[in-house]
Structure formats: C-alpha cells, structure tokens
Design a binder for this molecule. Structure first.
Ligand SMILES: Nc1nc2c(c(=O)[nH]1)N[C@H]1C(S)=C(S)[C@@H](COP(=O)(O)OP(=O)(O)OC[C@H]3O[C@@H](n4cnc5c(=O)[nH]c(N)nc54)[C@H](O)[C@@H]3O)O[C@H]1N2
Ligand SMILES: Nc1nc2c(c(=O)[nH]1)N[C@H]1C(S)=C(S)[C@@H](COP(=O)(O)OP(=O)(O)OC[C@H]3O[C@@H](n4cnc5c(=O)[nH]c(N)nc54)[C@H](O)[C@@H]3O)O[C@H]1N2
Ligand code: SF4
Ligand SMILES: [Mo]
Length: 697
C-alpha cells in the first residue's frame, strides 16, 4: 500500500507545499499540494526534492576519529556523544565558554535550531552562535530594523499581484525563487503591472520588464539615491505619508545633492534618462513594490543599500498597503525561522536582545539556568578569525557547509584544520565534515516532524514520512540527549510538538501558534495570541518602531575594484538547477542531468580579446586563488564582468572571493571581487596547485 504525506519543499524560502508518495518505506514520487502559496505548481527542484533522500551516501551512523590523520570509524550514539561531552567539558574547564562556537542551519527545522541555541546559551553559556543568514540577509535585518523596526519581508507573496509597479533589484527571482518569479510574470502579463529590473546581468525576467537598469556591480547605493533624488526634485514624494508616519525626511532630502542622475552615469554606468524614467515609474504608481535579494545584501555596503531602499519606499508612501512594501526574499527554506528562534549572536528567540538584562532574567527563569552569557557573540566570519587566534577551540556545525559557502575558502579550510575539536551534524559527509572529529547523522526533512518559516513569515509544518536512515535521528533529539548527558534536564523533549510549544511560550511573535493551529497552510507572524489570525501585512497601522526612520546613506566603492592586474569584476551567485554547495542537488539525477559543470558567464567582447570560445576551459584567478571552469559566452553579462555560481566543489567560487565585511551587519562582500581570466592551457603547475588550495601566496 502507498500513503501520501503533506509536507514542504526543502529548498528555497518560497515555502511550496508538496506531497510525498511513500510506497514500501520509500518515497517513490512527489507532487505539488493544491493548497498553498505555490498554487499547485512546483519548480524543477521541488519536483526532484525526493531524489536525495534515499541516496546511498546518506549518513546512517555517527562517525568518529581520534585525530585528523586517521580514518573515520562508525560508532554508537553513546560513544559519539560521550566523546563530544568529554571534549566539551575539557574546553570549558581550560578555556571557558567563549572558546565554544556553534553554527545552526537554515535547512533544519525551527525545533532543531531552537534546541541548538538553547544548548549554546543555557548549557555551554556562550552567545557565539550564528548561521548562513549572516552571508545572506544580515544586512536586511540590520537595515530594516533601523528604518522600520522589523527586519522581515513586509508583505505577502499573494499581494505582489496587487502591485502596479515592481522594482526588482538584485534578485534573479525566476531561477532562485521560481514560484515567486511566476507571480511576477503573472502580475505583468495578466494584470498589466510594469516591471523595472535593476541587475548588472540580463536575467530572464528582463524579457518581461519595461525598463532594465544595468548598473555596475556594487553601485546600488548610488543608483537608489539617484532615483530618490529625482523623485524629490520633481516633487513626487508623498508629503502626507512622510509627515504622518516618518521622521528624518528633510535631512535625507538635503543629503542627496550629489546624486543628480547625470553625475551618476560615471559611477553606475546607467544613462541618466533611465534613472529619471525609473523614478517617475516608481513614484507614479498607486502601489509600488520593491523586491530584492542578494544583489543588494551581499556587499560591504549591504546595510546602506537596504536603508536606501527603505528611504525610497517611505518617501513615496509605499509601505503598509497591499501591493507595496520592501520585500527581501529570504533564501533558504528555513532561514527566516532559524533567525526567529534565536540562532543569532545578538538575539534570544523572537529578536529579544541578548544584552538586555530583563530579557536575560526572563530566559534564566524559563530555561532554569544561571549560565546565560551577558554579551553578544561572534558572527559567522568572525568565528573563522577567532579560530586562527586560538580564541575558538571547539565548534559544532549543524547543516552548513562553510568550507564551500564562506568567502575565501582557502582561509576557511586553514582555520578548520587548526581547530582543536569539530562536530559536524549533517545528512551527508560534506567537504566540511572532512575536517571533523565527530560526524553526527541528521534526519532529512522527510524523516522528521517540525516547522519551517518561509520568506513571507509563514510558519508551516513538515511531517515525518519515513523512519530516519539507519541510526540517524532528528537533530533536536540528539542535541537534547547531549544536554541531558551534560547534566541539564530542561531539554528532554519527547516530540517535536513539545519543542514547538516551548518555542511558542518564549517567542512573542509565535506565541499564539500550536501544531493544531498550523494545520493546513500555517500562520504568518506576528501571532501574539491563540485567537490572533497572524499578520500577512506588516506596518499597516504604523511602523513597528513607532515612526519609520529616514537615514542618510552614501555611496562607497566596493573594497576591491578592477585594475591592470585583475581587470574583470566577478559576481558570484546561483543557477536554477543547483542549490548552494550541491550536497543535495548534486545527488539528484534529474538536476544533475540539467547542469553538472562549473561555468563562468563571459561577455563575447571579453572572450574575443582573450581568445576564449564557448565551452572552453578557462582559469579564473583573484588575489586569493584560482579555479578552472567552462566558459559560457553570453550577453547576459556586461563587458568587464564575469558571473560564476558557487555550487561546485571542484571549482569553488569562494576560492576567489573576498572576506571583507560590511561593518554594520558583518555580511561579506560576495558579489564583487576583481579577477583575471585566461585559457586553461596557459596555466602553470603552480597555478594548478593554488587552485586546489594547496598553495597560497
Ligand atoms: N536554484 C536555487 N535557488 C535558490 C538557491 C540556490 O542555491 N539555488 N539559494 C537560495 C538562497 S539561500 C538565496 S539567498 C536566494 C538568492 O537568490 P538571488 O539573490 O536571486 O540569487 P543570486 O544569484 O545570489 O543573485 C541575484 C542577482 O544579483 C545580481 N547582482 C550581482 N551583483 C549585483 C549588484 O551589485 N547589484 C544588484 N542590484 N544586483 C547584483 C546577479 O546578477 C543576480 O542576478 O536563492 C535561494 N534559491
Ligand atoms: N560566493 C558566494 N558564496 C555564498 C553565496 C553567494 O551568493 N556567493 N551565498 C551565501 C548564502 S545566501 C547562503 S544562504 C549560504 C549557504 O551556505 P550553507 O548553508 O553552508 O550551504 P548549503 O549547501 O545549503 O549547506 C546546507 C547543509 O545542510 C545539510 N542538510 C540538509 N538538510 C539537512 C537536515 O535536515 N539536517 C542536517 N543536519 N543537515 C541538513 C546539507 O547536506 C548541507 O551540507 O552560502 C553563502 N555563500
Ligand atoms: S520555488 Fe522554492 S520552495 Fe518552491 S518548489 Fe521551487 S525550490 Fe521548492
Ligand atoms: Mo541565502
């Protein structure tokens, strides 16, 4: 007999609902659920989301090795947890809690992540916990909190369809959030909305756009300020909205003197008439929505970019109504949730400040612990530096693959080689697990109950369809077990439901939620009480922080620009068919069939100059290292720019990237670095060694 299990797609943050068809304890097929944001449709990753579950390389037992020169051997959970405990206690005794760091996971459930941060804070006594949100929307959380008082997507996916104008900036939505991309196309084609795309690349959505602002990578603050400058010069701002709902407008208006569009051409490369046209379209719409993603956030100027967008939306009264708003598309299936439940170094669950004594008192009582740290902890990239400086000795990485996903990979690998003790908790033996002392087998999304929170703040349930592979078990359970062995009894949960009730109890924005209430299509936070229906639209009755705040921000060039030695600008990002470091999608035959080769998009003019033809192997080199990829000659990229996705371990884009951080949000500059390029046969042996991370100048 077969059975069907309603659950969620484990890939991107759209939160599409899927149904797993289980036959003979195997997921044989899946199909889209009729209900939910995906309206009965899926993208190709969604359709293939069952393919990695039964892959023979799934981790099925804990692995242990005495030191890194030896091979792993399979051990029991008892032995693995005993070793973890013993090494943790030793570090706590010799170095104290600050030598212990944690990375949570935007792939794991809220329950798993809540367990990990509770373990870090209540059992170990450290706030050094972070996750990939730092590489993704850290600048959104910082920027929107300053401007609006809340760092999340203001509107819902449904109400994109109410917009008359959509400004899509730095989001390749049809590939990276395909079921939102579909809504954008629908809004343009069926409802007559006008689309402005601001992206250095000619992404597919440019096809349906009215205007494409093709600016230089890293010049968004200038571009957005330029648009606002025109709006104010032409008197198109919404005075009534500004007066009633915001503060600080006059100062920002005055600060824009240098941003006349004709001055910006030299910086952004965008003709001034296009900036004027964008300003008129955006300000002229009754309802204008801004949708953005990594093209805005992953910069040293990421927070400034976000603030500039917030200024633009407030100046035109495009906040707090359907079809308007600032809509950062959160990337991973549960990155919103991992942030919500406190896998951040500065917040307890529900964005309650880690440095606020009242909040700490509250959690000390709720969690029955006297260990809570008093200070904010380290962010993700800061942890790497702390390992080099021997401030960090012991690390627990759950569901992340920083060896490939953090900037400057060679540097990251060196750090991981130097750490005293590393636990990796994953479903596959990743490139990062190769540095571990202990590897714990996690349960995949199909093998556990729990909740994911999608980009539109919608908390939805996932359901267990299968027993975990071998001896794998849900992460919250394994972490709870470890806590018990450390003598802490407040994590002995019997079910994911029990963990969720605890989350709801201590997290004001989730307070009214329960597994019963989340049946069906879930609830959008804030949901402060059991009779509260949830909140599809933020800031509709005024801003979360009282008044929205205009803040002046100015253009600063990216930390590395092209020069004679490295004449091209490299952008990194993604493709439709692969997900991040490929741990799951490269084990999916369908997706591998579509794309299994690292590539670089190269402009035809540059290709001609360098004697490169389509499909040819080329070497791409930055000041950090060198990789070899296939050239894709295409007009998608402008002359002088190159685009490489970071999915492929054998040609890891992050060998090339910079680890310079945005001082405000600590997000690294993943979108702009300087590179040079040549035909592969012209590379030397030393360069090849460098490309394997064996050598660095
Ligand atoms: N198939 C697939 N889907 C995914 C993922 C995946 O790995 N694969 N990952 C998920 C995750 S975690 C995330 S965060 C999202 C990311 O989703 P996106 O942010 O849409 O994806 P990216 O490819 O990182 O970058 C988006 C766009 O930014 C543009 N860009 C580069 N530099 C600049 C710049 O300086 N300014 C502007 N305005 N644009 C620039 C690029 O040309 C690119 O089109 O995707 C999610 N969905
Ligand atoms: N150059 C460059 N680098 C980037 C970016 C970029 O645009 N350019 N984007 C950045 C962004 S936005 C992001 S979000 C990060 C992503 O960075 P990571 O989160 O490090 O990348 P993933 O490959 O998604 O890693 C997720 C891991 O979780 C594991 N996993 C999946 N399901 C489960 C589960 O149920 N349990 C457990 N325990 N493990 C599980 C997977 O096997 C995988 O190893 O990359 C960042 N890095
Ligand atoms: S759009 Fe995202 S959530 Fe939906 S099916 Fe595709 S990958 Fe999954
Ligand atoms: Mo992301």
């Amino acid at each position: 007999m077969w059975r069907d299990v309603e659950t969620l797609c484990p890939f991107c943050g759209v939160g599409c609902r899927i149904v797993l068809r289980v036959y003979d304890e195997k997921v044989e097929a899946l199909y889209p659920s009729e209900e939910g944001v995906n309206e009965g449709k899926l993208c190709i990753k969604g359709w293939s989301a069952h393919e990695f579950i039964h892959h023979p390389e799934r981790l099925s037992r804990p692995l242990l090795r005495e030191d890194r020169s030896r091979e792993f051997r399979e051990v029991s959970w008892d032995e693995a947890l005993a070793v973890i405990k013993c090494r943790l206690e030793a570090v706590l005794e010799n170095n104290g809690p600050d030598a212990v760091n944690f990375l949570g996971s935007a792939k794991c459930t809220n329950e798993d992540n809540y367990a990990l941060q509770k373990f870090a804070r209540a059992v170990v006594g450290t706030s050094h916990i972070d996750h990939c949100a730092r590489l993704c929307h850290a600048s959104t959380v910082t920027g929107l909190s300053m401007s609006f008082g809340s760092g999340a997507m203001t509107n819902s996916i449904d109400d994109i369809e109410d917009a008359n104008v959509i400004l899509l900036i730095g989001s390749n939505t049809s590939e990276q959030h395909p079921l939102i991309g579909r809504r954008i196309i629908k809004t343009v084609k069926e409802k007559g909305a006008a689309l402005i795309v601001a992206d250095p690349r000619r992404i597919d959505l440019v096809e349906v756009s009215r205007l494409h602002l093709r600016h230089r990578p890293g010049t968004d603050t200038a571009l957005i300020n330029g648009i606002l400058h025109v709006i104010i010069q032409e008197g198109r701002e919404d005075r009534k909205f500004i007066e009633e709902n915001t503060k600080g407008f006059e100062a920002v208006a005055k600060s824009l003197g240098d941003y006349a569009p004709e001055h910006l051409e030299a910086i952004t490369g965008v003709p001034s008439r296009q900036i004027v046209e964008a300003a008129r379209m955006y300000a002229g719409a009754e309802k204008a929505s801004i949708i953005y993603a990594m093209g805005i956030t992953q910069h040293v100027s990421g927070t400034d970019n976000v603030v500039a967008l917030a200024n633009l939306s407030m100046a035109t009264g495009n906040v707090g109504r359907k079809g308007t708003g600032i809509n950062p598309l959160r990337g991973q299936n549960n990155v919103q949730g991992a942030c919500d439940v406190g896998v951040l170094p500065d917040f307890f669950p529900g964005y309650q400040s880690a440095e606020d004594p009242d909040v700490r008192d509250y959690f000390s009582k709720s969690w029955n612990t006297d260990r809570l740290p008093e200070k904010n902890g380290l962010t993700l990239c800061e942890m790497t530096e702390a390992i080099f400086e021997k401030r960090t000795r012991w690390m627990y990485i759950m569901g992340e693959n920083p060896t490939l996903s953090d900037p400057d990979s060679v540097h990251v690998r060196r750090a991981l080689e130097n750490i005293d003790f590393l636990v990796v908790h994953d479903i596959f033996l990743t490139e990062t697990a190769a540095f571990a002392n202990v590897v714990l087998p996690g349960a995949s999304y199909a093998e556990k109950d729990g909740t994911f929170t999608s980009t539109e703040r919608r908390v939805q349930r996932i359901r267990k369809a299968l027993e975990p592979v071998g001896e794998a078990r849900p992460e919250w359970k394994a972490i709870g077990d470890l806590a018990g062995r450390m003598g802490y009894e407040e994590m002995e949960w019997q079910s994911a439901r029990e963990v969720f009730s605890e989350i709801a109890g201590v997290t004001p924005i989730y307070r009214g939620m329960s597994y019963e209430r989340l049946e069906g299509t879930g609830i959008q936070w804030p949901c402060p009480g059991v009779n509260h229906p949830g909140t599809p639209l933020l800031h509709s009755g005024g801003f979360a922080r009282g008044k929205g705040c205009f803040i002046s921000v100015h253009y600063n060039p990216p930390p590395e620009v092209s020069d004679d030695d490295y004449p091209l600008i490299l952008m990194t990002g993604r493709s439709l068919f692969q997900f991040h470091t490929g741990t799951m999608t490269r084990r999916s035959p369908t997706l591998q069939g579509q794309l299994d080769e690292a590539y670089a998009e190269v402009n035809p003019g540059d290709a001609k100059t360098l004697g490169i033809t389509d499909g040819m192997k080329i070497a791409v080199e930055s000041r950090r290292g060198i990789i070899r990829v296939a050239a894709r000659i295409t007009e998608r990229v402008s002359p002088g720019t190159v685009f490489i996705p970071f999915h492929f371990a054998e040609a890891a884009a992050n060998i090339l990237t910079l680890r310079t951080l945005d001082p405000k949000s600590k997000i690294p500059e993943l979108k702009v670095s300087a590179v040079k390029m040549k035909r592969e046969e012209l590379t030397t042996l030393n360069e090849i060694k460098k490309s394997n991370g064996e050598m660095k100048e």
